[in-house]
Design a protein around this ligand. Structure first.
Ligand code: SAM
Length: 257
């Protein structure tokens, strides 16, 4: 892919299907547990840290740590934190989250990043929700607030729905199973919700908008043009003719017990 594609944060507010309204709700849930001065919230797989920064804005004496492999996203988040006057309360670190996690924290945000503790995405294995939930639970004490979000099947997947992903129906679980896995990991669910179709359409089209921007600003016979068109088509068909309506995103507001 050409290096001059616009970064994802150009077209997306979050790197997940998440509306402003749902994000506010999640940020307020976590912030309510951070009233102790200096309380620490970690966002594991934070992307550019938008939800972490909103949480800190709602918790004026808390500190935040965001961890993500994506150095470009982390740099963008660090600049955003400075622009919002949050630089002295937040640190965003580029690297493998497992190598930078503190031993204990007061609250956790982890959205779309369970793969951190499981097999690499390229191995095309079922998502290891239980491993992720256990690792998160080990970081917090009873009463701590955790927002855990990850992919689920919104309905029984068809072969067309699984094909653009790993091809396996057991890659994800339904919402009911995920809630039970959270309970098994010693969490009590406070609220459970799922991204709606508008959030998914906004996310999926925002995810591929960089291809549209690139194609609109380069000649059609540019050496990279066919590769960009192919990538855009694969993304478009995978979603609109494949997993749209099947691939879901669950958000769990949890208390450690
Ligand atoms: C679906 S994105 C979600 C980002 C963010 N939580 C959000 O909702 O906007 C998953 C993120 O996990 C990050 N990630 C994957 N493996 C990681 C690892 N081992 N350590 C840190 N971050 C990782 C990716 O770089 C990516 O930014």
């Amino acid at each position: 892919m050409p290096a001059d594609l616009t970064p994802l944060h150009h077209d997306l507010t979050f790197m997940s299907p998440l509306s402003e309204q749902r994000a506010d709700r999640l940020a307020r849930f976590v912030a309510a547990g951070l009233s102790e001065p200096g309380a620490l919230v970690v966002d594991i797989g934070c992307g550019w840290g938008e939800l972490l920064l909103r949480t800190l804005a709602a918790a004026p004496t808390a500190r935040g740590l965001g961890l993500d492999l994506d150095a470009e996203a982390v740099a963008h988040g660090t600049a955003t934190a400075a622009a919002r006057g949050l630089a002295d309360r937040v640190e965003l670190v580029a690297g493998d989250a497992k190598e930078h996690l503190p031993d204990a924290v007061d609250a956790v945000i982890c959205i779309g990043a369970s793969q951190i503790w499981g097999p690499a995405v390229e191995e095309k294995q079922p998502l290891d929700y239980a491993g992720a939930l256990a690792a998160i639970r080990a970081l917090v004490s009873p009463g701590a607030r955790v927002v855990f979000g990850d992919a689920i099947w919104s309905q029984e997947p068809t072969a067309q729905a699984t094909a653009p992903l790993t091809g396996r129906p057991d890659e994800f679980v339904p919402l009911a199973r995920l809630v039970e896995l959270a309970v098994d990991a010693r969490f009590a669910p406070v609220r459970v919700h799922e991204a709606n179709q508008d959030e998914w359409d906004e996310f999926e089209t925002g995810f591929s908008a960089a291809y549209a921007h690139w194609l609109a600003t380069h000649p059609t016979d540019h050496p990279d043009a066919q590769a960009v068109r192919d990538r855009a088509r694969a993304q478009r068909e995978g979603y609109f003719s494949g997993y749209r309506g099947y691939f879901g995103m669950a958000y769990l507001e949890l208390l450690a017990v």
